[in-house]
Design a binder for this molecule. Structure first.
Ligand code: HT7
Ligand code: ZN
Length: 872
């Protein structure tokens, strides 16, 4: 199978000047006529063949400038159309193909979701619609005419502005959409269906009125208002924070139920997974509202970072995704609480990106080769990519960062560009040399930063040594040192910030240490007492910190650090260390547990902290996080036992107090998804979680909360907590939830997730029965991900069973799913990346399951690539 290399990049020999598409949508087939105005580039020699991409296409006709081509003038198959010797001038290529959208279960290209025709073209779906130069550096204006039976598709949408529409007789009607902005084919979109909608408008900063629409299945209109509100807030924020104004007269969003990803930023016509649009208190949780707000913002922000300025090739994916994730994180921080959002984002990074970066699927944010680009929409490209942009913002400061972003928009608007060009903008705007910094994009692996320090009271000198090391990753045996920004502070014995006279031995800019070598030793003079260092404030770099701090100092930081992130992190580190040590044979002492308990109770009692922050502090690290901390020879059963034991030891003496705080936190006001109310619920549910794992009180409390809940946040929490702790009440709650919400697919997903995350020995049988039930929707990505994705990522006890049952259950399911939807199958398979961290027995049975998958099935490129990288 072919590997594609960044080093082979070359522009196309032909340009596409404009695109005219005509879709005739009928019940069973769709005919696509494409008229592409094409010309050779100046340097293209006459006689250079023109090769257009296709994927599962069948050509009905082909003509150049209106004249059908003779057979010897072209070669066509499902994957390409080649004009052997195209005219050496501007010409119009006209092709016709016929598609069967209902049979398209891969959900790439044109497909049907619950009867609605819709498209997904990123990254290589447009070639499943028509023959084209399907790559992001081919930019063209698109005009789209579509006709369809009015009864089946009264709504006809595409990118840009609506320029014509009307009746055609015979029950058919048509619409013509024109997008004046040059765009790559991956941003093309079309929707045709019988849909309801809500509408609104937004007046931009220059006074233009933009019509906003959200389209959905009839009856769901009422559940779209939070998405609409999020959209308007996103539009206003991008103007305020980045000076970016929306550019078309229309912005439409369509919610569909079959979708491979979260959402897609097609120009002027975003298409969304319906789970990221629909929200009402009875069926959506606070976490769902939070995700809707974030993803609506993310896709909207792509209009500038992705659409107006796009990627030259797919190796540059991080250029749009990392930057846009950074922008959506900043949006949420401004709209809600900055420290809470930061903790949330770092937790996500540590739970999903660090394992990727430390395992067989590690790759640089800007990879230099791939077999299947769909496998590179990863947490490294997205979340680590966002961290890299955040470090640029840290290095340049707020004003410097904004100046650089302004220059980026000014210099590259309308272009398909690269990571190098992005870095250059930051260099030019700041006058800094960022060549070493650029290594973050080019090298895989999470740096480990070591810390040692000493204090000399006689000379009042404090010495701090920071080291960095990145373990080898696949294909990268040696690593270069990175430029790591370390935001820091020194804290004195009374808990107040400490000043110092001078610092030497390395680059320090205000409260920022630039760790740019394998080892940097800084000497601080004029330090009156031995300080406790607070390093990586706000998580200033995506690294693992091998802290030299003992439990006492960590608890000191938890109490005194002025940086909320580090206060939270100190307690997480203290807790993780105790559990990890216990799981590997070193028991904790009573004093350690008492001190940790006191720190948690003090946090809960502190009236100055908000509830959402407190909820994060009392959230005990999950088994996968502790497994990563241990790193090798991991025994998930031992971790689960140690974790539960520690929670019992922590909760036991204060269970009554925790229960009374829990009771006092009940929200009595009508439900609102705002950050304050959601924070209160998250603290209350965090306490329920502690009480359920750590005492006998939880099971009944959870069952009562479930019965009395007036919103999905509380009901789901009660069920999921019961399931995760497999309480006596868990089976009954799971049973009730399933029947109570039967018929609501998005709520069914919640049941699937809770059921898949339960660690009981019946989990696999329960999942197998669900998956093989005749009415299980086997082609719907949300259902499959809720069941299998949750299982592989969050249930190590059952997935990584020593008897191999969990691994085999997943590989057998993957083999079946792969026949229907390779993207979904390969993503589930990435769960096997934990194998190298497991104890030998478990690793071996996991590898056996993967080898059987490889030997017994014909697999897609998507699945083969992931499989080979894990087995290698
Ligand atoms: N840019 C999009 C990424 C994407 C995608 C979306 C839907 C289906 C398949 C997809 N493959 C890649 C989403 C985003 O990052 O905003
Ligand atoms: Zn994106």
């Amino acid at each position: 199978e072919q590997t594609i290399y960044l080093k082979d990049y070359a522009p196309t020999p032909y340009r596409i000047v404009s695109v005219d598409l005509d879709f005739k949508i009928l019940e069973d087939t769709t005919r696509v006529r494409a008229q592409l105005t094409i010309e050779p580039r100046e340097q293209t020699p006459p006689g250079t063949p023109l090769v257009l991409n296709g994927d599962e296409l069948k050509l009905d006709s082909v003509a150049v400038d209106g004249a059908p081509l003779v057979l010897s003038a072209y070669v066509s198959d499902a994957n390409a159309l080649t004009l052997v010797e195209p005219p050496h001038r501007r010409f119009v290529l006209e092709t016709e193909v016929t598609l069967n959208p209902a049979a398209n279960t891969k959900l790439m290209g044109l497909y049907r979701s619950s009867g609605t025709w819709c498209t997904q073209c990123e990254p290589e779906g447009f070639r499943r619609i028509t023959y084209y130069l399907d790559r992001p550096d081919v930019l063209a204006p698109f005009k789209v005419r579509m006709s369809a039976p009015k009864a089946l598709a009264p709504v006809l949408l595409a990118n840009g502005n609506l320029v014509d529409q009307g009746d055609l007789g015979d029950g058919m009607h048509y619409a013509v959409w024109e997008d004046p902005f040059l765009k790559p084919a991956y941003l093309f979109a079309l929707v045709a269906g019988d849909l309801g909608s809500i509408s609104d408008s937004f007046t931009t900063m220059s006074g233009r009125k933009v019509s906003l629409g959200i389209y959905c299945t009839h009856g769901k209109e009422n559940e779209c208002h939070y998405a609409m509100d999020s959209l308007k807030r996103s539009m206003a924020w991008d103007e305020r924070r980045f000076g970016r104004e929306y550019d078309l007269d229309v912005f439409n969003i369509v919610a569909v139920s079959d979708f491979n990803f979260g959402a897609m930023e097609n120009k002027g016509l975003n298409i969304f997974n319906d789970k990221l649009v629909f929200a009402q208190p009875e069926t959506a949780t606070d976490a769902n509202y939070h995700s809707i707000e974030r993803v609506i913002a993310h896709e909207y922000f792509h209009n500038w970072t992705g659409n107006r300025i796009t990627c030259r090739d797919w190796f540059q994916l991080c250029l749009k995704e990392g930057l846009t994730v950074f922008r959506d994180q900043e949006f949420t921080s401004d709209e809600r609480s900055r420290p809470v959002q930061r903790i949330h984002d770092v937790q996500n990074l540590r739970t999903s990106q660090f394992p990727e970066d430390g395992g067989p699927l590690a790759h640089p944010p800007r990879p230099d080769s791939f077999r299947e680009i769909n496998n590179f929409y990863t947490t490294t490209v997205y979340e680590k990519g966002a961290e890299i942009v955040r470090m640029l913002a840290t290095l340049l400061g707020e004003a410097g960062f904004r100046k650089a972003m302004d220059l980026y928009f000014e210099r590259h608007d309308g272009e398909a560009t690269t990571i190098e060009a992005f870095i250059k903008v930051f260099e030019d705007a700041s006058g800094r040399d960022l060549s070493q910094f650029a290594t973050w994009y080019l090298q895989a692996g999470t740096p480990q930063v070591g810390v040692t320090d000493s204090y000399d009271p006689a000379s009042q000198t404090y010495t701090l040594t920071l080291t960095q090391k990145v373990e080898p990753t696949p294909g990268e045996p040696t690593k270069k040192p990175l430029l790591i920004p370390v935001r820091f502070g020194l804290i004195g014995p009374n808990g107040s910030p400490m000043g110092f006279g001078s610092v030497s031995g390395g680059a320090v800019e205000d409260d920022l240490i630039l760790l740019d070598r394998d080892s940097v030793t800084l000497t601080f003079t004029g330090v009156a007492n031995k300080p406790v260092p607070s390093l990586f404030r706000g998580f200033s770099a995506p690294v693992k910190i091998a802290s030299n701090l003992g439990q006492e100092e960590l608890l000191f930081l938890a109490r005194h650090d002025s940086d909320p992130f580090n206060r939270w992190d100190a307690l997480q580190t203290a807790t993780t260390t105790l559990i990890a040590n216990a799981a590997t044979g070193t028991a904790w002492s009573g004093t350690e547990v008492d001190a940790l308990r006191q720190a948690l109770v003090d946090t809960l009692d502190n009236p100055e902290l908000d509830d959402a922050f407190k909820a994060q502090v009392i959230d005990i690290p999950t088994e996968p996080v502790i497994g990563r901390h241990i790193g090798k020879n991991v025994d998930p059963d031992a971790i689960a036992r140690a974790r539960a034991d520690l929670v019992r030891a922590l909760v036991g003496p204060v269970a009554e107090k925790l229960e009374s705080i829990y009771r006092g936190l009940e929200v009595t006001a009508p439900y609102s998804p705002d950050a304050r109310q959601a924070g209160q619920r998250s603290l209350r549910n965090g306490l329920l979680n502690l009480l359920t794992t750590g005492s006998d009180r939880g099971s009944d409390l959870a069952s009562r909360q479930y019965d009395n809940a007036t919103n999905m946040t509380d009901r789901y929490a009660a069920m999921a907590i019961s399931a995760r702790n497999w309480t006596a009440g868990a089976p009954a709650l799971l049973g009730d939830f399933r029947t109570r919400f039967a018929g609501d697919p998005l709520v069914f997903d919640k049941w699937l997730t809770a059921s898949a995350q339960a660690p009981d020995d019946g989990a696999i049988e329960r999942m197998r029965a669900t998956l093989t039930a005749p009415d299980f929707p086997r082609t719907n990505p949300n259902r499959l991900r809720s069941l299998l994705g949750s299982f592989v990522m969050a249930n190590p006890v059952q997935f990584a069973r020593a008897d191999g049952l969990g691994f085999r259950f997943v590989t057998e399911a993957v083999a079946e799913i792969d026949k229907v939807n390779p993207q979904v199958a390969s993503r589930i398979l990435t769960g096997f990346r934990i194998l190298p961290t497991l104890e030998t027995r478990r690793r071996d049975v996991g590898l056996d399951a993967l080898r059987a998958l490889k030997e017994q099935h014909t697999l897609s490129r998507n699945v083969s690539e992931i499989l080979d990288r894990i087995i290698a």
